[in-house]
Structures are given as C-alpha cells and as structure tokens.
Design a protein. Structure first.
Length: 549
C-alpha cells in the first residue's frame, strides 16, 4: 500500500470513528510535503544520473587545473560584504538567478567562482557575537579587539579617551602597511566613509560612534581625542589615501544654517582635504554625485586623489537610489582605474555595507539585492585585474539571524511563501525569516501572523519586514563563521578554518608588505644584486687584465 493510500485510509477511519462518537488514537497526519506531487521546476537533464556524474567530473577537472601561484601580489583587493552570512549568500544566489528568469538555485555569484574558500571565526575578545567595529579591526589590522572599538588592541576600554590616546594601543591597518611600502591605497563603501568598517582602515577610536566631533563627549575633546572624520582628513594613513568613495557627507560639514552638516567645531573637512592636496602640490577632485564622478572617469588625465561623498548619510539602497547615485560597481571601476596607475601596486578596500542595514530592519528583499550588487562589483574587479599579480579576497565581517527554512519546491520564489506546506496552525509561512527582528511573528490576537494577507508582502514591496521569532527594535548579528573566497597569488593560503584576524596577514604575506616574506618578494632585488655583483666581478677582471697587459 502506498503512503498516500495509507494516509487516506487513516483519514477515513478517523472520520468514521468521529461520526460514531468512538474515541480512538490515530497517528497525526504528516505534512502535505510527504504527499505532494513533483516540484514545479526540474530541468529534464537533472533527472538523469549521468548529468550529475558529468558535473562532478567537470568540477574535478577544473580543480586539477588550478596551479599554485606563488607570485608576488602586486595588488590586493579586500571585499567585505557587511553582514553577508552564508545563508545570505545562498538566498542572494537564488534571488539573482530568479531575477534573470532562471529557476534560481543553479545561479552562481561571482565570488563563488573563486577557486579557494575558507571559514573565518568572527567573535570579539569580549563578545560571542561581534559588531562591525571589532571585526573591522580584526580583518584590517590583524588584531582582535573589544566590541565597539576601532583600530585599538584589547587593552582599550570602550569610550575611554585615555585608551585612545595611548599609542601603544594602536593597531595600524593593512592600508597603513601598504603605504609604508610605497603602494597606493583606496577605500570604497556604500555606508558613511566614517562608519565602523571603513574606519578600520585609518582610525583609532575607542568608540565606533565618534564619527564627528558632535558625537565625542566634551571631556574627551578637551583631552585631545579626535573624531573619526577628523582622523581621515588630517592623520596618517587617511590623508594619503588616493581614493575615498562612499556616503557620510554630514560628518565632514559644519552644523550651520543651510548646511546638512553635523560638526560643531565649525570646520569644513572637505575644504581642509582640498587645501591639504593644494599644499602638497598634487592633483585632486572632490565629487558628490554620479555625473561628477563620471566626468572624472572620462577625463583625459585622472587626478592623483579623489574624494567622493554621495550622500549626507549612508548611500541609498540600490533599489531606492536615484539615477545620479553611482553603484558600487561603478565606484570600484574608477577606483581600480586610478589605482592601477601606480607602478608599485595598490591595496583597495571595498565594502558592500548596506546588506547589514537591510538585515537589521528585517528587509530581506533589500539585503539580497544589495548582495547581488556586491557580486557585480566583484565581477568588475576581476575583469579589470590579472590573477597573476592581483589577489582578490571576498568575505564578510559577521553573520545575521536570517534563515532559509521549510521545504519549498525547486524554483519557488525565495522571497515568497513555502509552497509545500503550512505550519501546524494551518497558517502559511515564508521561506525567509529571522530569529529576531522588527516584525514579530505573533499578532495581537496571540496567533501567528498570516503574511499572505499582508499587502506589502504580496506586492513584493522591498520595505516589507520579514517575520522574526523574538521581537526587537533591530535584528541582531549572528555568531557563526563567515566564508572567505580567494583568487590570485597565494590564494591557497586562505583554505581551512582560521581566526578572522589572519586575513590581513595572509594578504600582506602575498603582497610582501608583512613581517613574513616569501622567496619571490626579493626576486627582483636579488636579480639587481646579482647584476651588480656580476658587473663588479667583470670590472675587476678587466682591470687585472689591463694591469698585466
């Protein structure tokens, strides 16, 4: 007897017993999932076992073609998808495939094509689940630190100005290391350029929220503590960054009538940035929208320095942005074009920062779309560089509580309802949900919310907040490991599982800007020394020959 026949028989017996008012114990019927017909979407070739064998063989062959590249990495690019958990990657992959009219699951994000993958552990030294400040310090300076702290080691007390001023607590970033070795450096982000992740490139702050002087306590200002925006413009290494692109204009402008600025010290830091470049006799450009950025991109001669602040606050989500806001892909393109002028090489930090913000508001649609945009930026970087001399590393700072659950059919809308079954309460549920967040799953009546009756959900409004188990004003980060993808020289070092703070040290090793050096770091120098030695010996031989002649 089939499972369907058994289930139907049990239902008939139960109905008869109920009609006869006879109490019997019958097993609870299983979910509809056990009796559904074939899923809606199965490519015909996938039903054949040979298809999967061939696919596996092709994968093996491609892996066998990967050779160990131990070249010196002239250039290094670190991409961070803020809040890009492994679940986010899977959901964004599917979302991107469905955007392209595919089934979804078969899609591959650009960085998933990289030959090497590892896992990084993300905790702060004082927190099981991290924030973006301690993680930025980890993957940019190589030092793990405390929650909420940027560019300082674990001896710091959060919010303590004394800790911030004590230089022995400072943790210089890989951006600083690169500058010390003569490389050019840039940063690109979709958040405020003073936000936690990009700040890890240049700032030393005992409080991540001290983005402008308006945020710093008066007693700390009196002691000489500088806000993060001030450090970017005036201090090393920020003032030497060739490229600074992102949002956060308000942190650089004074709070005066007619201005959107927040600064209370009356200082226009954009003006100060420009003045610094004039005094150093270098070419520069400041831009505040896409059209101005494109003028720089298409100019006959690129400036040496470029500052672009495209929004007062964080840059707008891609799905909500105006036509005059550059995409992350466009910002990466001009950054690489400018940095590629360096004969010694460069280090570029790129953050897709609004993945995180969307998750905090339980806005899964926006989070997945931002991840797809981030993948486009990675693709552009790959197209513009050579894997023989450029190491590209793609990772995340931390995870989120978003899950992809239920048993939806193949090709089911990743942003939709699970199509195979309802909950035990008979109410449908979404494939995507959050462990905690802004949209509670339980209504005022004590019952689970029926999202299928929610107009914002059914209309695919990107502002729809997906249900969460624990109601919170803001969804939290997750504590699981994050994926690390690598392509280029010394990519093989990024395999296995390791602490997140190892990432900049691995990149520095490949680029010959760290404490450890590989043989090819000195190859050019060795060749020069050999030539000098050869010339010296040749000169001595000639001199001896002339003497005896």
């Amino acid at each position: 007897m089939s499972r369907l026949q058994t289930l139907l028989l049990a239902q008939v017996v139960a109905a008869l017993c109920a009609h006869a008012d006879v109490s019997v114990s019958t097993p609870k019927p299983k979910k509809v999932l056990d009796t559904i017909m074939e899923p809606k979407f199965i490519p015909p070739e996938e039903k054949i076992g040979l298809h999967w064998k061939r696919s596996a063989i092709n994968t093996i062959r491609s892996k066998l073609q990967v050779t160990i590249n131990e070249n010196k990495a002239k250039n290094g690019i670190l991409f961070i998808g803020d809040g890009m958990s492994v679940a986010t990657i899977m959901a964004a992959r599917t979302y991107g495939g469905q955007l392209a009219q595919g089934i979804g699951e078969e899609n591959i994000l650009e960085f998933e094509k990289f030959p090497i993958t590892g896992l990084a552990r993300t905790y702060c030294i004082d927190a099981q689940v991290p924030d973006s400040a301690c993680t930025a310090t980890s993957y940019l300076t190589g030092v793990k630190t405390k929650y909420g702290v940027i560019g300082l080691d674990g001896n710091v007390t959060r919010g303590s100005c004394y800790s911030q001023l004590y230089e022995k607590n400072w943790a210089p970033s890989i951006g600083h290391w690169a500058l010390e070795h003569g490389l050019d450096v840039g940063l690109v982000t979709t958040t405020r350029v003073t936000h936690a992740s990009p700040a890890g490139m240049y700032a030393h702050s005992s409080e991540r929220n001290w983005e402008s002087d308006a945020d710093v306590p008066d007693e700390c200002l009196a002691m000489g503590c500088e806000d993060i925006a001030h450090q970017l413009v005036f201090n090393e290494p920020g003032r030497r960054f060739k490229i600074i692109l992102g949002g956060g204009r308000q942190e650089f402008l004074p709070n005066v009538t007619g201005s959107t600025g927040r600064r209370l010290d009356g200082v226009d830091l954009i003006e100060k940035w420009q003045k610094d470049k004039v005094e150093r006799n270098v070419s520069y450009a400041y831009v505040n929208d896409k059209s101005e950025l494109m003028k720089v991109y298409n100019s006959d001669e690129l400036p040496e320095y470029l500052l672009g602040l495209f929004h007062d606050d964080h840059m707008a989500y891609h799905l909500k942005s105006s036509s005059n806001q550059p995409t992350l892909e466009e910002m990466v393109e001009i950054a690489i074009k400018m940095l590629s002028k360096s004969t010694k090489g460069y280090f570029l930090f790129v953050e897709g920062g609004r993945i995180d913000h969307a998750h905090h508001d339980s806005l899964a649609h926006l989070a997945l779309d931002e991840t797809v945009e981030y993948s486009k930026a990675v693709k552009k970087a790959k197209e513009m560089t050579n894997e023989e001399d450029t190491l590209i590393v793609v990772s995340s700072d931390h995870a989120h509580t978003m899950t992809v659950a239920g048993y939806p059919s193949r090709g089911n809308d990743i942003l939709g309802l699970v199509d195979t079954t309802n909950g035990d309460d008979g109410i449908p549920y979404t494939t995507i949900s959050y462990a905690n967040g802004k949209a509670p799953s339980i209504g005022a009546d004590g019952k689970r919310v029926d999202v299928s009756l929610h107009q914002m959900f059914t209309s695919r409004n990107p502002d729809y907040s997906y249900p969460s188990l624990v109601p919170l004003d803001s969804e939290t980060h997750g504590g699981e490991d994050v994926a690390v993808f690598a392509s280029g020289p010394w990519q093989h070092l990024f395999t296995s599982s390791y602490e997140q703070n190892v990432i900049p040290h691995l990149m520095a090793y490949a680029m010959c800007i760290g404490d450890e050096q590989h043989a090819n770091c000195k190859s050019s120098g060795t060749n020069i020394q050999s030539s000098i030695l050869y010339i010296s010996i040749f000169s001595i031989v000639i001199t001896i020959g002339l003497y005896y002649n």
